[in-house]
Ligand binder design. Structure first.
Ligand code: F6P
Length: 321
């Protein structure tokens, strides 16, 4: 293996740049030529490829987003699209590819390997933390920190006005951001897709909190359950006198300087990806489990079931009585 490529795919996540930097610097350290592929798989098909040097990844460890840009490519989902991508890889002499993204991106990598013999290694990068094989994905910790920063601010104004506030967070179909940010932000109520939603329970808890003299109610809602507006309407139907507001945090959760944890795991995962390519490994996904960097075959990795931390959820209920 002499030349490797790196790309970011799917939604961006803080820490992706730290992972790109690690791939480039560890690759060069090991005598490899490293090429950066712009705009994910679409950029690969369109031959948007540039040589990466030590300095092309300077000054990026602290930056959110991805310097390589990202995209969701419909063309790469077709056999013809992947054949075009393989031709481009061949033209540039790229024998190994590091894909920083989510499970859809890894499935694409697997097809590319099977159909065209390219070695592929996946690094989990998404704020949603919804990749089953890994305890944490790159970007999740930063997104949670951004969310608690917003919760803290909303709490100040909620307390001043003695209001209830719904804060809708991202996570796609998973409730990890809501659970972690809700617990760390001291939310009274956390609503996540993993736990059956009960509007009466929500309203009873708010009523009970008002009776016991609570000055505010912070309700953290995962977008996978419903929107903040929908929940707001449901609550106001039952508690018309409640002074209630809702905020959708949206893409603010996807940006910003990555946290220490995201920078560290991204650096470790990027380095491991290069090691695996040098060992001529392919179709592996890198994870962090029990604080160890590990790697698994893509099928095994994506078939794993991540146990949702219901204990943490129960704890959040106890701590917010
Ligand atoms: O997967 C990351 C994520 O931010 C989800 O939490 C969210 O549902 C989705 O991407 C938003 O996607 P887009 O940026 O395409 O609107």
């Amino acid at each position: 293996m002499k030349t490797i490529g790196v790309l970011t795919s799917g939604g961006d996540a803080p820490g992706m740049n730290a992972a790109i930097r690690a791939v480039v610097r560890c690759g060069i350290y090991n005598g490899l030529t490293v090429k950066g592929i712009k705009r994910g798989y679409q950029g690969l098909i369109d031959d948007e490829i540039e040589d990466m040097t030590l300095s092309s990844v300077g000054d990026i460890i602290q930056r959110g987003g991805t310097i390589l840009r990202t995209a969701r490519s419909a063309e790469f989902k077709t056999k013809e699209g992947r054949a075009k991508a393989a031709e481009v890889l061949k033209k540039h002499g790229i024998e190994g590819l590091v894909i920083i993204g989510g499970d859809g991106s890894f499935r694409g990598a697997q097809l590319l390997s099977n159909e065209h013999g390219v070695n592929t290694i996946g690094i989990p990068g998404t704020i949603d933390n919804d990749i089953p094989c890994t305890d944490y994905t790159i970007g999740f910790d930063t997104a949670c920190n951004t969310a608690i920063d917003a919760i803290n601010k909303i709490r100040d104004t909620a307390t001043s006005h003695e209001r209830a506030n719904i804060i809708e967070v991202m996570g796609r179909n998973a409730g990890y951001i809501a659970l972690y940010a809700g617990l760390a932000g001291g939310a009274e109520i956390i609503i996540i897709p993993e736990v059956k939603f009960d509007i009466d329970e929500v309203c009873d808890k708010i009523s009970y909190g008002i009776k016991r003299g609570k000055l505010h109610h912070i309700i953290v809602l995962a977008e996978g359950v419903m929107s903040g507006l929908e929940l707001s309407k449901m609550i106001q139907e039952r508690l018309p006198k409640l002074d209630l507001r809702h905020t959708t945090l949206g893409h603010i959760q996807r940006g910003g300087a990555p946290s220490v944890m995201d920078r560290i795991i991204a650096s470790q995962m990027g380095s491991r990806a290069v090691e695996l390519l040098l060992e001529n490994k392919s179709q592996r996904i890198i994870s962090i489990r029990n604080n160890q960097i590990v790697d698994d075959d893509i099928d095994t990795a994506l078939a794993m079931r991540k146990e949702f931390n219901f204990k943490l959820y129960e704890l959040s209920k106890i701590l917010s009585i």
